[in-house]
Design a protein around this ligand. Structure first.
Ligand code: GLV
Ligand code: MN
Ligand code: MN
Ligand code: MN
Length: 386
């Protein structure tokens, strides 16, 4: 039985970025290297590797998709300069946990593609395709920042829903906790906040920075800046979270008034009504402001994920099994949330001492990760007991 630190060290160098953190975008070279590593781990355990035509990779102990199988795992891809734990921890822990569960128990390990949406814009793309909530032709046409489509990166139009997901007895995803809410080594998820991404295109009139009178300008950067402040204020007022973490300007020149500013609003809240109210208020206020600035605003929802309440009985059972592990909600999205609509699903969280994530500073201690492996092994043994 090997320990956490040894296996973790095998993947730690893969995709490490100059400037800190990781660049492990879906279906790019580092992520493909991690998939090779996954195949190697499966082979060492005599597990059968399959793919589902959507970019998701599986290792099976027993027949692939056998009724009663418990599926675990997570994702390899990262946000730009993200931490190394968000995703891969759930896959490394899965292989180590499988080693600690009696050999006759049917377990699958999944590596879901494009969980972050960092390359093609829609998070949990692989699990959405697998469960049929994402149209394969829409997914095929999504493009990355270089104009490469998901279908091109995958080498095919995605296959879409695989009805065999309905044969899976339960899904358990282990993940690093991404805030400061967990003070025990391991916790159990109760819910995922509803959340989404809205692309905001602000257009105005590009012109010379030195010669255009201030009163003559139709500057979309001003409307954009006002909108960022509005989102922040409205989120604070309602206890929601709003972030604008990605922005593009055209022509993106120091000495030109931009003709276009494109920013992405990431908004999340504990309940749907609060989220809807936040987004509606931001869009309405920004549109009014655009009218005053002589600019235009078009808002396009890129992905909206409904509130997830994990199976309450399952969460309680796992908490009891894990000696009263705390049960907590999260504002982060996960493939487990998508799968929970069709399969009894639970999540285990491993303590994050600083709460920092989507950052090179993301960290969990080896001791807590080891506790996570042990917890996952207990859970898998319990859920596969016949
Ligand atoms: C993915 O990690 C997300 O919640 O943004
Ligand atoms: Mn993430
Ligand atoms: Mn993740
Ligand atoms: Mn996530």
């Amino acid at each position: 039985m090997s320990g956490f630190a040894g296996l973790w060290a095998e993947i730690a160098p893969i995709g490490r970025a100059d400037g800190g953190g990781y660049l492990r975008f879906a279906l790019t070279e580092p992520e493909l290297a991690l998939r090779d590593w996954f195949r190697g781990q499966a082979a060492r355990r005599d597990m059968t590797v399959t793919e589902d035509g959507n970019g998701n990779l599986f290792a099976w102990r027993g027949e692939p998709w056998a009724p009663g199988t418990v599926l675990t795992g997570s994702h390899f891809d990262s946000v730009p300069h993200g931490g190394g734990y968000d995703g891969p921890l759930g896959i490394v822990s899965a292989f180590l946990a499988v080693d600690r569960v009696p050999a006759d128990r049917p377990i699958g390990i999944a590596a879901f593609v494009e969980e972050e949406g960092a390359r093609f814009g829609v998070p949990c793309l692989g699990s959405r395709l697998l469960t049929g909530v994402m149209d394969p032709s829409r997914a095929a046409a999504l493009t990355d920042r270089d104009g490469i489509s998901f279908a091109e990166a995958l080498g095919a139009v995605p296959a879409g829903r695989d009805a065999r997901i309905g044969q899976i007895a339960a899904v358990v995803e282990l993940h690093i906790e991404q805030g400061v809410a967990l003070s025990a080594p391991v916790g159990v998820a109760s819910a995922i906040w509803p959340h989404g991404r809205w692309r905001m295109d602000f257009t105005g009139v590009g012109d010379h920075a030195g010669t255009t009178r201030m009163t003559d300008r139709r500057d979309p950067m001003l409307t954009f800046a006002f909108t960022v402040l509005t989102a922040n204020k409205e989120a604070r007022l309602s206890g929601a979270h709003a972030t604008v973490g990605r922005v593009q300007a055209e022509p993106n020149a120091t000495n030109a008034i931009p003709s276009l500013v494109r920013g992405w609003l990431d908004a999340r809240a504990a309940d749907t009504a609060t989220l809807d109210h936040l987004v509606d208020t931001v869009v309405k206020t920004a549109t009014e402001r655009a009218g005053r600035d002589g600019t235009q605003l078009v808002v396009t929802p890129e992905s909206v994920t409904a509130e997830v309440s994990f199976d309450t009985a399952l969460a309680s059972r796992l908490s009891a099994l894990l000696d009263g592990a705390p049960i907590l909600p999260t504002g982060a999205g996960h493939d487990a949330g998508v799968l929970s609509a069709q399969v009894p699903t639970a999540m285990l969280f491993v303590r994050n001492p600083t709460g920092v994530s989507h950052s090179p500073a993301e960290h969990a201690s080896d001791a807590d990760c080891e506790a996570g492996v042990e917890a996952l092994a207990r859970v898998l043994a319990d859920l596969t007991r016949t």
